[in-house]
Design a protein around this ligand. Structure first.
Ligand code: NAD
Ligand code: UPG
Length: 351
């Protein structure tokens, strides 16, 4: 079976994707400098799959070290590139850190792709590229708007870099635009490990429910939506993970006629913040301590995916419900409370 290099494989989405790739018969190697993750995550992957995944602890911005991985593994057929920094607020404070890490790492990797003629490349993009869209439901044809943050620009630029690179090479590329990945593996052995105070909704909910945070804030209930709170398209991380396996299969079958294809990865359902909280309360039986606060600067009122293209071309069928997203996230939070070794994730600082 083909060998796939997963970058950022110790991270949240990368670790779930490694599990899915292994379960679908792929051989996987990982490169992650653990700047934003705990290497113990791969032990969780091992417990789920029974396979040990080798991690190269390398900073992808370092071309020589990255090149050496390819020299050692001349049989790599595909790359799934997750490695990046992803905190929107931090990117506003430290734009150069984001441009440097997210773009240098991509370029250094693509130089290796070129040198070693790697046939398939899958890139983690985001619905952030749509900015505040004119229509709430976006298709892949919806024109990108200026990004709201340096992080968002790194995704837009990453897409452009890949588009131009692909035209000049034989590598086939897929850009996956994730909506809001949430939840955890049903085993409770891997999940999201937010650094510091969580900025994203679901970790904020679970950390409040377990008592790590005294209460949480709903950022605004005065938007022109059905209950006044913002609308997002929450998608289970295992469904996102499986889309990567399908993307690799698609490239493997040579279906990627366009050379560099874009796919939205969302459920197609918009959910408000208050609905997400209700779903959590229902599955956990915990009454959440929350308050309505002011709007968060830079927040988009409403966005959700038209996912027809991924369904039709990749054969993707996101099947997990909002309740499953919440129950697996809660199960993971409960497991984290028991397992102090994963708490060591907080041993690293934001740069
Ligand atoms: N989680 C989301 O909500 C979301 C939404 C849209 C897009 N994305 C994108 O998906 C990808 C994965 O996201 P995630 O949530 O799994 O993030 P994550 O922070 O959990 O994982 C990213 C991993 O990349 C590693 N990394 C970062 N820079 C590196 C470098 N220079 N060299 C080697 N390793 C490096 C980190 O140590 C970490 O393990 C990212 O590109 C992110 O921007 C995430
Ligand atoms: O404590 C909180 C946290 C979030 N929210 C709201 O919950 C919604 C979702 O917020 P969040 O989980 O932060 O997701 P987004 O703002 O949609 O941004 C995420 O999803 C984007 C698209 O994938 C990525 O680009 C970003 O990196 C990622 O942070 C928004 O309305 C927030 O205002 C709250 O009300 N309280």
């Amino acid at each position: 079976m083909a060998k796939i290099l997963v970058t950022g494989g110790c991270g949240y989405i990368g670790s779930h994707t490694i599990v899915d790739l292994i379960e679908n018969g792929y051989e996987v190697i990982c490169v992650d400098n653990n700047s934003r993750s705990n290497p113990a995550v791969l032990e969780g992957v091992q417990k789920i799959t029974g396979k040990t995944v080798k991690n190269y602890k390398v900073d992808l911005c370092n071309f020589d070290d990255t090149f050496a991985i390819f020299q050692e593994n001349e049989d790599i057929s595909g790359i799934i590139h997750f490695a990046a920094y992803k905190a929107v607020g931090e990117s506003v404070e430290k734009p150069l850190l984001y441009f440097e890490n997210n773009l240098y790492s991509l370029i250094s990797l693509l130089k290796c792709v070129q040198e070693f003629s790697i046939p398939w490349f899958v890139f983690s993009s985001s619905c952030t590229v749509y900015g505040e869209p004119d229509q709430q439901m976006v298709t892949e044809e919806t024109p990108p708007k200026p990004a709201a943050s340096p992080y968002g620009y790194t995704k837009q630029m990453g897409e452009q870099i890949l588009g131009e690179f692909q035209k000049a090479s034989k590598t086939q590329a897929i850009l996956l635009r994730y909506f809001n990945p949430v939840g955890a593996h049903p085993s409770g052995l891997i999940g999201e490990l937010p650094i510091g105070k969580p900025q994203n909704l679901v970790p904020a909910i679970t950390q409040t429910a377990i008592g790590k945070l005294p209460k949480m804030m709903v950022f605004g209930d005065d938007y022109p939506t059905r209950d006044g709170s913002c609308v997002r398209d929450y998608i289970h991380v295992c469904d996102i993970a499986h889309a990567h396996t399908l993307a690799i299969k698609y490239l493997q079958k040579g279906h990627n006629a366009a050379g560099c294809e874009v796919f939205n990865l969302g459920t197609g359902n918009g959910v408000t913040v208050l609905e997400a909280i209700k779903a959590f309360e229902k599955v956990s039986g915990v009454k959440l301590n929350y308050e309505i606060g002011p709007r968060r600067p830079g927040d988009i009122m409403a966005i959700y995916a038209n996912n027809d293209k991924a369904k039709m071309r990749l054969g993707w069928n996101p099947e997990r419900t909002l309740e499953e997203m919440m129950s697996t996230a809660w199960n993971w939070e409960l497991k984290l409370k028991q397992d102090s070794s994963l708490h060591e994730n907080s041993n690293f600082q934001m740069n």
